[in-house]
Design a protein around this ligand. Structure first.
Ligand SMILES: Cc1cc2nc3c(=O)[nH]c(=O)nc-3n(C[C@H](O)[C@H](O)[C@H](O)COP(=O)(O)OP(=O)(O)OC[C@H]3O[C@@H](n4cnc5c(N)ncnc54)[C@H](O)[C@@H]3O)c2cc1C
Length: 504
């Protein structure tokens, strides 16, 4: 580890493109470890999909609302400990989610306590316990493996060594399941035709992996579904999601790092096959320059990375990216409401499916996050209700009917939410909506896609995109890399890239 006090003109310079949770985490860790770090982000506030905006006295979380990895030993806790900054205040979500299937008024509650969750699922899905037990054991093996910091997918001798060092006999028990989907496991337990169970899994998996049980890699699903239970768990931050990026930015600056907002990276320039400069434009002043770099950490989507490299992008890498299945976008409606609109004892996160027809998540479901009284998001006596659904980005690219489509989605979402919340006009104080175009504008993500590349068999873990790109000294962090989307996932990717930079 380089020490800050030993920083000199020969200290390696790292340019980080993007101040999402992935970029900020990498930057803060590198600054703490003695590197000269400059972060450039095109947005006004840091945090990317985990940032916030304010309207009419309400603070809305743009995208992420639930946080994993805050428990002792969790990835955020580990990183904040290394950075010597306090974790943001948070409360546990219990249930992590209340899931309402079509025409049902009693939810499936994903409780944090493992015994309570076991009793709930046995009641909700009779005869499925052996399936859940198999998932639980795969989660245990995978979690222990992941906590030994393997590098996935390995792209060098050092990466391979990290991977081998993390293996234990119980890791090998996961190998037979490496090429299985969740639906295949369901089938092996004779549960393929259990519509309620399959639909519940489709709904939950869509949130974490972009795809349903038919396509989600089983080993990924075991982890995504397992983290809701104790000793892990999902948390709701006090104040807002911005607390996470604000603390990381604070640590970065304390350790000599520099953060420039409204600065766009236009191009990564290679010399002798390595990044030497990044072309930066200060969007306020309209000035551009070449920022020298020994390492470049790109906190962008893989598609954006190729755009930044232009004709210098390795051909095979570009071809692989071109062949990826389309990623999802999100439509989000942000409501500021009177507290009276929220039923008493409403859980902080709910998921609704409105009909069994059509692919899950394509505008027939809503994932809803509700503020708690006093959690800093709404004035006294008021609350925020944020609801999102997946949507194809291509539908939003046509200009002619864009405003009409946005209005139609907004009205439909409010009408559906009105079945659970009391959204009479007097209770509805603020309405905002975000489409893939909004995400493209504010986060610069390729076509406004969110949540990475999806966790299919062909793209999860060992088969996904590595933090180590084919260009030496160019690193990719964020939700397109292992272990995928979520603030916890991208923090893990950042930590891996930092270890790789040190080892290089
Ligand atoms: C609706 C929705 C709900 C979600 N819910 C949850 C949840 O409850 N829990 C959870 O953990 N996760 C959730 N997620 C996912 C989570 O928000 C993301 O996976 C994660 O925040 C992505 O972080 P990142 O660092 O990879 O990238 P991003 O958040 O995309 O950040 C990238 C940053 O890079 C900047 N940037 C991009 N290109 C350039 C450029 N050329 N020059 C300069 N800057 C650039 C952007 O401005 C942005 O700030 C949700 C996402 C969405 C959209």
């Amino acid at each position: 580890m380089l020490q800050s006090s030993r920083r000199s003109s020969r200290t390696p310079k790292v340019v980080v493109i993007g101040a999402g949770i992935g970029g900020l985490t990498a930057a803060a860790l590198l600054a703490k470890r003695g590197y000269a770090v400059k972060v450039f982000d095109q947005a006004i506030v840091p945090g990317g999909c985990a940032s916030t905006f304010k309207r009419g006295g309400f603070t809305f979380d743009v995208g992420a609302t639930q946080v994993a990895g805050l428990e002792p030993g969790g990835i955020h806790q580990q990183i904040f400990e290394e950075l010597e900054i306090p974790l943001p205040e948070a409360s546990i979500c219990d249930p992590a989610c209340a899931v309402f299937l079509p025409n049902e008024t009693v939810p499936i509650n994903v409780w944090r306590d493992p015994q309570r969750w076991q009793a709930e699922r046995q009641r909700q899905f009779p005869g499925s316990e052996p399936f859940w037990q198999r998932l639980a054991s795969l989660f245990e093996y995978s979690w222990r493996f992941q906590s030994r910091d393997p590098v996935l997918p390995p792209r060098s001798g050092w990466d391979m060594w990290q991977l081998i060092a993390a293996l234990r006999p119980d890791t090998l028990l996961t190998v037979p399941y490496m090429f299985s989907t969740v639906a295949q496991l369901l089938k092996s337990y004779g549960l393929r035709c259990d519509r309620r169970l399959k639909t519940f899994l489709d709904l939950q998996l869509k949130l974490y992996s972009q795809v349903d049980a038919d396509q989600t890699a089983l080993l990924y699903a075991a982890t995504a579904l397992g983290v809701s239970q104790s000793p892990q768990g999902l948390y709701h931050l006090h104040g807002s999601m911005q607390a996470l990026s604000d603390r990381l930015a604070e640590a970065l600056r304390r350790d000599g790092g520099e953060l420039y907002m409204r600065h766009r990276a236009e191009q990564i320039l290679l010399e002798q096959g390595r990044p030497r400069f990044v072309r930066i434009t200060d969007e306020k002043r309209g000035e551009s320059w070449l920022e020298p770099a020994d390492h470049v950490v790109a906190n962008v989507t893989v598609q954006n990375l190729v755009e930044l490299l232009g004709t210098q992008a390795p051909v095979g890498y570009r071809q692989r990216i071109n062949k990826l299945p389309p990623a999802s976008g999100a439509f989000v409606v942000y409501l500021g409401v009177e507290q009276a609109a929220v039923p008493t004892s409403c859980p902080p996160h709910l998921q609704f499916l409105y009909d069994y027809d059509g692919p899950i998540g394509e505008n027939n479901s809503l994932f809803v996050s509700v503020s708690r009284p006093g959690d800093g998001r709404a004035p006294t006596g008021k609350a925020t209700v944020i609801a999102s659904t997946f949507t194809e980005v291509s539908a939003w690219q046509r200009t002619a009917d864009y405003e009409q489509l946005k209005q139609q989605y907004t009205e439909q979402a409010i009408a559906r939410l009105g079945r659970y919340f009391d959204l009479r006009p007097a209770h509805l104080l603020q309405v905002e909506a975000a489409t893939p175009r909004t995400f493209e504008h504010y986060t610069a993500r390729y076509q406004g896609t969110v949540g990475g590349i999806g966790q299919r068999l062909s793209t999860f873990g060992p088969f996904g995109f590595a933090n180590r790109t084919p260009v030496p000294h160019l690193w990719l962090v964020g939700d397109c890399t292992h272990p995928g989307e979520g603030t916890a996932g991208v923090s893990y990717s950042a930590l891996t890239a930092v270890r790789q930079i040190e080892a290089s």
